[in-house]
Design a binder for this molecule. Structure first.
Ligand code: ATP
Length: 251
């Protein structure tokens, strides 16, 4: 592991800190003491094989799961144990694995659901931001979400999370099940979201794409972080290349 600053952003204050986080499903220990940090303005990627604990990590951050031990801090304040709506209110948006859009609601209704925390409902400027990032959602605003393509549903899930005005955006496998061209498009938009000032924690199995986008990365294996480094260093590491960028890895 390298302690060298990965980029100027590595010197920024931490937005999110996980310390020794343990999460279990009954007797199954899914996270066995995870330490992780995301600094202001960064894109950090969390890589790992199926079942490594990536989704569990994001669910613990967003309050959907309560850690058995350890601490999760957002801007220095403990958030573990808070209910999910409180975590959203503090500025953590979550685009979940498998997208989970409301299929019988229209695109616009899904986006408005994202803004439920605001008393006055969805704000014009937030909708405009989402429609500028994802013009196809503007075109399909009255279409039922269940009839969208997989890529469009992914865009909607990210858009819905952006409607909460997150400081930190958690993205759970946005590339899952999508064609390479759509994946490239979505990663380009994630970069744009980051450049607009949103810090990003990106869970991915598509290590090649994720590491090209990210400032830093962590590798999770069976509930433990086994590597962390600058994304460029991970991209050239022989261990990562063998385990995650082997033959058939999407470029
Ligand atoms: P994937 O990419 O397949 O989603 P992941 O890295 O996100 O994998 P998790 O979904 O976080 O992994 O799962 C971590 C471990 O916890 C796995 O061993 C999984 O079988 C187990 N697990 C996840 N959800 C539950 C649950 N609801 N009940 C019991 N065990 C679970």
């Amino acid at each position: 592991m390298s302690e060298e600053p990965a980029s100027p952003r590595a010197a920024a204050p931490p937005v999110l800190e996980l310390r020794e986080v343990h999460v279990a499903y009954g007797a199954i220990e899914a996270l066995k003491g995870v330490d992780l940090e995301v600094r202001e303005g960064e894109v950090v990627t969390l890589l790992g094989a199926n079942g490594a604990g990536k989704t569990t990590t994001l669910q613990a951050i967003s309050g959907l799961l309560r850690p058995r031990r350890g601490e999760i801090r957002f801007h220095g304040e403990r958030v573990d144990g808070l209910p999910p709506h409180e975590v959203v209110r503090l500025g953590i948006g979550h685009s979940p694995e498998g997208r989970r859009v409301f299929p019988l609601m229209t695109v616009l209704e899904n986006l408005r659901m994202g803004a439920y925390r605001f008393r006055g409902g969805a704000r014009r400027e937030d909708l405009d931001r989402v429609f500028t990032l994802f013009p196809v959602l503007a075109e399909r605003r009255t279409q039922e979400a269940g009839t969208l393509s997989g890529g469009e549903q992914q865009m909607l899930a990210i858009g819905r999370a952006l409607m909460t005005r997150p400081v930190l955006l958690l993205l759970d496998e946005p590339s899952m099940g999508l064609a390479p061209l759509i994946v490239t498009q979505i990663f380009t938009i994630i970069r744009e979201i980051n450049e607009q000032g949103t810090t990003v924690l990106l869970v991915e199995q598509n290590a090649a794409q994720a590491l090209k986008l990210a400032d830093r990365g962590y590798v999770l294996e069976t509930g433990s972080i086994v590597m962390s480094d600058a994304a460029s260093a991970l991209l050239s590491s022989s261990r990562i290349r063998a385990a995650y960028l082997g033959e058939g890895a999407a470029e």
